[in-house]
Write a protein that binds this ligand. Sequence first.
Ligand SMILES: NC(=O)C1=CN([C@@H]2O[C@H](COP(=O)(O)OP(=O)(O)OC[C@H]3O[C@@H](n4cnc5c(N)ncnc54)[C@H](OP(=O)(O)O)[C@@H]3O)[C@@H](O)[C@H]2O)C=CC1
Ligand SMILES: Nc1nc(O)c(N)c(N[C@@H]2O[C@H](COP(=O)(O)O)[C@@H](O)[C@H]2O)n1
Length: 283
Amino acid sequence: MTSQDTLTFHPQTACFLAPYLPAVFPTSSTHPHPHPFTTLTYAASLDSHLSLSPGAQTYLSGPLSKSLTHYLRSRHSAILIGVSTAVADDPGLNSRLRGVDLEGQPRPIIIDPDFRWEFTRDSRVLKTAREGNGKAPYIIVNASNAAAVDEDRLRWLAEAGGRVFWMPELPSEPGPRSSSSSRSRWSWDQILGFIKSECKVDSLMIEGGGVVINSLLSSPGNLKLINSVVITIAPVYLGQGGVNVSPAAQTGESGQRVSAVKFKEVQWNVLGNDVVMVARPDV
Ligand SMILES: NC(=O)C1=CN([C@@H]2O[C@H](COP(=O)(O)OP(=O)(O)OC[C@H]3O[C@@H](n4cnc5c(N)ncnc54)[C@H](OP(=O)(O)O)[C@@H]3O)[C@@H](O)[C@H]2O)C=CC1
Ligand SMILES: Nc1nc(O)c(N)c(N[C@@H]2O[C@H](COP(=O)(O)O)[C@@H](O)[C@H]2O)n1
């Protein structure tokens, strides 16, 4: 890592985070939890956009909140993103905090049911791993695609120390898979259970993008899977047409609209020009 890539962060700046983080040494138990400790984290604009458009990487976090994200990365065993984020951002998905060694790096996990991310040997996450500055990615692919995947990408992954995990087939939906919104999805219970049992991950930071975050926020069942949220709000409007975080509307017992998601144990913290909310879903 070059010195200009290295971030500094004083954990005391963020002692507010401590109660919301996974345990450093998880205690063994006769009834181990079926899911990893899960933190949902992202940066959004004042109009709740993650990026200017689905294919555009957009820098929202200022230096202090970016360092906080890299501290969070160093405190989780893995980082999860949806495939469209990998395609749009060519991300590194490591912690660039000074002093974080390879063992302290999170494992990148990409949810890519159709193995459509056309990465190369030069994609950042693979280069980062080959250079020893991060771990190589695990890619979660629909098992029904096992016979058709291209060998080059499997080899590049393996060279860097990564691999594909084949998840049981997605439930099929009637009709053509014409747009991403009509596609079948694994349930989050299934994904998190798989990540714990097969990928051996105890703590997971979910970074995005919009499809991933909105689906996690869109049902009480999914919200129960989230232990903590860390949300950065940057002082900018991106304008209409961005990738928006806005969960599905919820209705109460008599059909009236109610708030979709509420939080408890909420703390707001100013970091530079940004504000960071840490909380837990109130479910
Ligand atoms: N500001 C921030 O903090 C962040 C911003 N971003 C931005 O977000 C944008 C990308 O977000 P978006 O386009 O919404 O896409 P996502 O990154 O959320 O990826 C969505 C895709 O991931 C796969 N996927 C997600 N969930 C499931 C599931 N449960 N089961 C099966 N497959 C699943 C699907 O792939 P398939 O379509 O192949 O079925 C789906 O279409 C980019 O512009 C990126 O820069 C991303 C992360 C953080
Ligand atoms: N916390 C945060 N702030 C932003 O402004 C962002 N754009 C993101 N994006 C997420 O971070 C990934 C990029 O990571 P690297 O710096 O390449 O390691 C990107 O893919 C999003 O997941 N996050």
